[in-house]
Design a protein around this ligand. Structure first.
Ligand SMILES: [Fe+2]
Ligand SMILES: [Fe+2]
Length: 142
């Protein structure tokens, strides 16, 4: 089947799948390995965000497959960390990476006239910004 999108856009979508798989596992294991009073306060949030990231992985993979690509099964390198501070600092960075990547996806999708991909990533981008806000707020006073 002939792909319905450029190789560049398909590659960007697969990079998105890799990082969604990464953070879904990363936040899930951080949720499992919580400790202390602050960890107790944060674990539910980590679990909720992990589930959202898994839904992102699924939505991006579905779009990628429809466009003629094959979704990767390989996550980007996972960093769980030991202290809560170390965990949340990494998570804030990973959300920044997502925000930059998805802004790029939105630009390329727009240039290719792919309104559906653009709309999907505008929605996902808003959620990544929300995660970034959560993690940076948690870092205050840590
Ligand atoms: Fe995500
Ligand atoms: Fe996120």
């Amino acid at each position: 089947m002939r792909p319905k999108a450029s190789a560049k856009l398909l590659d960007l979508l697969n990079r998105g799948v890799s990082r969604e798989l990464q953070v879904a596992i990363q936040y899930m294991w951080q949720h499992v390995q919580w400790s202390g009073v602050t960890g107790f306060a944060v674990k539910g949030e980590l679990r909720g965000i992990a589930v959202t990231e898994m839904k992102h992985a699924e939505a991006i993979a579905e779009r990628l497959f429809y466009l003629g690509g094959t979704p990767t099964t390989k996550p980007d390198p996972i960093f769980v960390g030991t202290s809560l501070k170390e965990m949340i600092e990494q998570d804030a960075k990973d959300e920044e990476t997502a925000i930059n990547l998805y802004k790029q996806v939105i630009e390329v999708a727009r240039a290719e006239g792919d309104e559906t991909t653009r709309r999907l990533f505008r929605q996902i981008l808003a959620e990544e910004e929300d995660h970034h806000d959560t993690f940076t707020s948690l870092l205050e006073g840590m």
